[in-house]
Design a protein around this ligand. Structure first.
Ligand SMILES: Cc1ncc(COP(=O)(O)O)c(C=O)c1O
Length: 369
């Protein structure tokens, strides 16, 4: 008899809940018959693509008959100069998502544990389980990674600890001092992965310089071009680590994991300082505007050092998400994270932020009537 798909699939895969991505603009327009839709749901860059990256992409289009450079030679050299490290300290991924997968595949045996927080980037847990590993999650404390709670959960089965700094979806961060204490207490058999997807938006002085730990601990730092650099659609991110760790990761990588356009765009984006400065300005000004208006509306939020804000809307967030969608505003409901009354809103352009506040007011007012 022919076996069904569910009989054939691995049990731990069947038990997974797939990642739910932010709702795309086109899909929303199509489904709701809307002409104008703004998306503040995936922490993307509201200013678009860096002009330098766009020019590099256009120039590279004619070469698409060729496979990309498997070694990402020029990008790794560029990054090495940027950080004053060696090309051997970098591995490039099809988004940092892919690097999370490569790290777990390379270092965490089936049945060993990946340790993280219970309210953080969901991909750590999903990818750990896809690879047959156990997920151990410590609760947050005041919306922040609780390093003591994490330390308490380390045992001989723990192989990798993922810390999103700043954390998604809360926007909180681990300070320099906190990280220093944590790192000094770490056992040498445990890998620490510091995911710094939002570090370009930091506006505080006590954020750690994680590069200082590269030489003496098993630390991997993750970065992405998807947020401040505006290249989410191209899928490109990188990991920085000791060359020995990188050499292991390179063994588990697909040969052509990073496409040709992504490689040239990333090099150009790193050179586009102006775009980065503009992006930071829009995000920081937008954050002040949103804080101000949320306060006036009497809504609580979690202060954020990233390009998004977690807001307590005081009602079922999925209902609110649906209501806002009808007015062409896509935000992220936080039900997947168990934060039933919270939404996460990405800081957009001035116009987008104004529209978000206007629609939020309208939807909440309707609720009260
Ligand atoms: C903390 C964190 N890490 C990694 C990623 C994934 O980034 P990428 O687009 O490079 O796969 C995200 C995306 O939302 C994120 O929030």
């Amino acid at each position: 008899m022919v076996k069904s798909a569910t009989e054939l699939a691995k049990r731990y895969i069947l038990e997974l809940t797939p990642y739910i991505a932010g709702k795309p603009i086109e899909e929303t327009k199509r489904q709701l018959g809307l002409k104008k839709v703004i998306k503040l749901a995936s922490n993307e860059n509201p200013l678009g693509v860096s002009p330098k990256a766009l020019a590099a992409i256009k120039k590279a289009l004619v070469g698409l008959n060729r496979y990309p450079d498997s070694s990402a030679y020029y990008l790794k050299r560029k990054l090495a100069r940027y950080y004053n490290l060696k090309p051997e300290n970098f591995i490039i991924g099809n988004g940092s998502d892919e690097l999370i997968d490569i790290i777990i595949k390379t270092f965490v045996e089936k049945g060993e544990a990946v340790l993280t927080a219970d309210t953080t980037f969901l991909e750590y847990g999903i990818i750990a389980r896809v690879n047959g590993c156990r997920l151990v999650a410590a609760p947050l404390k005041y919306f922040k990674y609780d390093l003591e709670a994490i330390a308490k959960r380390i045992n001989k089965e723990t192989k990798a600890i993922f810390i999103a700094n700043p954390n998604n979806p809360t926007g909180t961060y681990i300070t320099n001092k906190e990280l220093e204490n944590f790192v000094s207490s770490l056992d040498s058999g445990v890998l620490l992965i510091l995911d710094e997807a939002y570090d370009a938006f930091i506006d505080v002085r006590d954020f750690p310089n994680s590069l200082q730990y590269l030489n003496h601990k098993n630390i991997i730092i993750l970065k992405t071009f998807s947020k401040a650099y505006g290249l989410a659609g191209l899928r490109i991110g990188y990991a920085i680590a000791d060359s020995g760790l990188i050499a292991c990761l390179e063994k588990a990588r697909q040969p052509f994991n990073v496409n040709l356009l992504a490689q040239v765009a990333a090099i150009a984006a790193l050179e586009d300082k102006k775009f980065l400065v503009r992006t930071r300005k829009v995000v920081l000004e937008g954050k002040d505007y949103l804080y101000d208006n949320l306060k006036k509306m009497g809504l609580a939020y979690v202060p954020s050092v990233a390009n998004f804000i977690l807001v307590d809307v005081g009602k079922d967030s999925l209902d609110l998400f649906k209501d806002m969608l009808k007015f062409g505003v896509i935000v992220r409901d936080m039900k997947q994270y168990g934060l039933n009354n919270f939404i996460r809103v990405t800081i957009g352009t001035k116009k987008e932020n104004e529209k978000f506040i206007k629609v939020l007011k309208k939807v909440l007012r309707k609720e009260k009537q």
